[in-house]
Ligand binder design. Sequence first.
Ligand code: FES
Length: 130
Amino acid sequence: MDEELYKENILDHYKNPRNYGEIENPDISYFDTNPLCGDELQLQIKVKDGKADDVKFKGKGCSISQASASMLTEMIQGKDMEEIKKIGKKEILDAVGLQLGPSRIKCALLSLKVLKAGAYGLKTEDEDEE
Ligand code: FES
């Protein structure tokens, strides 16, 4: 894909986010922000037989952070949780496909940060207070 197509793809995911919303009784739910800008992301996963049976995200923020989250949900849907834990920066940045500067890389990797924390069983601070 050339750069224009990657840009269009990002815009499409931003305007029509895939798997947007919330899951009732998710097994994994993690929320975090990009401290630099305050943009928000929540990712939820329903796990069945060790696989991501349902995946949803919700968030507020720039096109890169929200589009990469949307792409990530498509990437992990139906996948084995062990495989999901192996997803790294490269997979996300390849999916985004554009050359990003350091601050935009943080935008793209917010989704990965939330996924990793959730997949490894960390809890969002708010949940601990309940
Ligand atoms: Fe906030 Fe991109 S500007 S995550």
